[in-house]
Write a protein that binds this ligand. Structure first.
Ligand code: FAD
Length: 661
């Protein structure tokens, strides 16, 4: 029987044809070039396809992009390209150009994203879109010895990522996790409506791009099952000690080891390791507000981070405190089942429209990404596009513009107008509500919220919102700071998390210095993850590590750096690497001074977790995402004080190399 007459193949080819018909023609061209290895196709069809790119559906990219529909000629070219692609995919040949050279990739990336990708973003784009797993810079001189032990604390997104990279680099590592399964945040946050609010194509590992996301912003369980799949694919479970809670660690200067203490099943466990990677995440201790007499409240009190699924909300009068990212998701998900919902809002936040918050991805698009080589990567790149350009216009104040207009900056103000217009459009006849929901600070002063249906929820007859802070409770009600008493059966708290930055542990570094003390009054770091006096210690997602991107990107860049640092130790026989105070001060000074221009610092009266304990901003780094990618490629050796095996004393702090301008 010939291939074409096999009924199974006929059906498969029919499905492929339909999927390719639905594929963005420019993505189709890029896949075709890679399959055929023929770069001349870009010149041949690239210009003619202009205007045929599909609108990327994710928020930020799609706003206001009213484009002319493509002309006849462009559509004919699209058909030609799709036909060529069909033929190429059906031939089943191995793609001839899996790794286009940098120049070609840049040209292809510009076409596929419709923006001019800056030169500094080409390599980050190539990696984060998922075109390579070869991200290492150092040519390892030798494999790490079996005596070189690494401990990772935490099996969430960052811990899994660390484990994959350590395994690939040949390190002997163990992961300890206080819970009984992987997933971290996505395991614990099971509240109704829990969902990713960063486009899923980019909020996932570049080395494991997923063609099959069912939604642009998947629900928590779908994201959790992705993390579980990655864990299984890389056979990581055997390396994870579940149910093991770390409480502290002490550096042994003589043996150049960390002694890490933990508790498992009531027993004390000790690990001795050469390097310690903390991947404990920012959001795993729920923040409970102080509420007078809460113990007298007769109904259930549930924090969204520890949802109690046995509590039946049907027909109940529910008070929900908090309107951050989780709060709006909870409200939207439960409004239809509760009897009455009163939402307590301490402060409004800018809410950006997100028309695709709940949209399923077109099954044909999924099929195309699953079946057409590299389509998933090019689609991923389209979602990444905005993160590859300089996003700081959104966050940084434009002083001249501000002096002239009283605004903050043209892009930030534009976004503010978009949010305000969106709010207004929902409540055209209710100026009081609009005023109450309008923040008086720039966008990004707090984490902006992508609308998941919150404004529509507020229109429901059984839903109301009040301004206030929770202060007390009695048997049947909660009491706000202005004395308002709201009767209710159930109290839901979406009041965020306590961000510790390592201060929850008793970590003792060189010269018996405690991390907690060193971080008083404020936590700080070098490059978002190292602290002087704490050798061989990586504080993943430390102070100044969050980008104007997403946690998948942060996690990959930081864990890449960690591997480069550890391999340097292996290759050069180093027993310890400790970042210098001088280099750290220089980093902190530079970041702090740039932060002064940011909406995070110039935030008016906005409160939120961007400010450590309501004071100094240490969460995010006001640098171009791609600059950070380059900064974290390799450790700058001159920024470290190192010891070698058999060295009696640590080498003295090296001089910083002076730049000649
Ligand atoms: C509801 C929710 C939605 C979010 N949505 C997004 C989003 O859309 N985009 C985005 O970029 N970010 C989002 N975030 C931020 C989120 O924190 C990160 O994206 C990411 O999941 C964090 O991964 P992580 O591995 O660093 O931390 P976690 O997922 O918190 O994992 C840390 C792990 O460490 C373990 N651990 C902690 N303490 C100990 C201890 N003492 N001993 C042993 N193990 C310990 C924890 O149990 C956990 O498994 C969201 C957060 C929440 C809570």
């Amino acid at each position: 029987m010939t291939t074409s007459s096999n009924p199974g193949n006929v059906q498969a080819f029919k499905e492929l044809d339909e999927a390719i018909d639905a594929l963005d023609p420019v993505v189709a061209l890029m896949s075709l070039i890679q399959i055929t290895g023929d770069r001349s196709l870009l010149q041949c069809y690239g210009d003619a396809l202009e205007g045929t790119q599909h609108t990327v559906k994710e928020a930020f990219v799609a706003f206001g992009e009213e484009r002319e529909p493509p002309g006849e000629a462009a559509l004919r070219t699209a058909q030609i390209v799709r036909d060529l692609l069909r033929e190429a995919v059906k031939s089943g040949k191995q793609p001839l150009m899996p790794h286009p050279d940098k120049r070609l990739f840049h040209e292809m990336a510009n076409r596929v994203t419709g923006v001019e990708i800056p030169a500094m973003s080409v390599e980050p784009a190539f990696q984060h879109a998922g075109f390579t797993t070869d991200t290492r810079v150092r040519e390892p001189v030798r494999l790490p010895s079996e005596d070189f032990k690494v401990l990772v604390v935490g099996a969430g997104m960052m811990g899994i990522n660390a484990a994959v990279k350590l395994q690939q680099a040949g390190f002997d590592f163990t992961v300890v996790e206080k819970l009984d399964a992987v997933g971290g945040n996505w395991l614990e946050n099971t509240y109704p409506g829990a969902a990713v609010d960063t486009p899923s194509r980019v909020y996932s590992f570049s080395f494991e791009p997923n063609a099959s996301w069912s939604k642009y912003y998947p629900n928590g369980p779908e994201f959790l099952s992705y993390l579980e799949r990655v864990t299984d694919k890389y056979s990581l479970r055997d390396r994870i000690h579940f149910g093991t809670r770390v409480d502290g660690a002490a550096w042994d200067e003589v043996r150049k080891l960390w002694t890490v203490s933990a508790e498992r099943g009531g027993e004390q466990v000790v690990y001795e390791v050469n390097a310690l990677i903390m991947a404990v995440g920012p959001n795993n201790e729920p923040n409970y507000p102080k509420v007078e007499n809460l113990d007298t409240f007769k109904g259930p009190v549930v924090h969204s981070a520890h949802w109690d699924h046995s509590v039946d909300l049907k027909g109940k009068k529910v008070v929900l405190v908090g309107t951050g990212c989780s709060g709006v998701q909870v409200a939207t998900a439960i409004a239809g089942q509760v009897g009455e919902l009163v939402i307590v809002q301490r402060q409004p936040e800018h809410i950006l429209p997100n028309p695709t918050a709940h949209d399923p991805v077109d099954p044909l698009e999924i099929r195309a990404m699953e079946r057409v080589p590299f389509a998933a990567q090019w689609k991923r790149l389209q979602s990444l596009a905005s993160q590859l350009t300089d996003m700081h216009g959104m966050v940084l104040k434009d002083e001249q513009y501000a002096a002239e207009t009283g605004g903050f900056g043209p892009i930030n103000d534009g976004m503010r107008m978009l949010c305000e217009g969106y709010l207004q459009s929902h409540f055209p006849d209710d100026p009081e509500l609009v005023a109450m929901l309008t923040p008086n600070f720039p966008v990004f002063s707090k984490r902006p919220i992508l609308d998941c249906g919150f404004y529509d929820t507020l229109k429901k007859p059984n839903v109301s919102i009040v301004r206030g802070a929770l202060q007390g409770a009695d048997e049947n009600a909660v009491i706000l700071d202005d004395g308002t008493r709201i009767e209710c059966d159930v109290l839901l708290l979406s009041t965020g998390y306590k961000l510790h930055f390592g201060r929850q542990f008793d970590i003792v570094g060189r010269d018996s210095k405690r991390l907690r003390d060193v971080f008083d009054p404020y936590p700080f770091s070098y490059e978002g993850m190292l602290v002087p006096g704490f050798p061989n210690f990586i504080l993943g997602g430390g102070p100044y590590s969050f980008l104007v991107a997403n946690h998948a990107v942060v996690s990959e860049q930081q864990m890449h750096y960690a591997i480069e640092l550890l391999q340097w130790m292996v290759d050069d026989g180093l027993s310890s690497v400790d970042v210098t105070q001088k280099a750290t001060d220089a980093f902190v000074e530079d970041v702090d001074s740039n932060l002064q221009q940011s909406a995070w610092v110039q935030c008016g009266n906005a409160h939120g977790y961007y400010r450590d304990q309501g004071k100094k901003v240490i969460l995010a780094i006001p640098r171009h995402n791609s600059r950070i990618w380059h900064d974290l490629r390799v450790p700058r050796q001159e920024d470290f004080r190192v010891t070698r095996w058999n060295d009696a004393e640590p080498a003295t702090e090296p001089e910083m190399t002076m730049l000649t301008i």
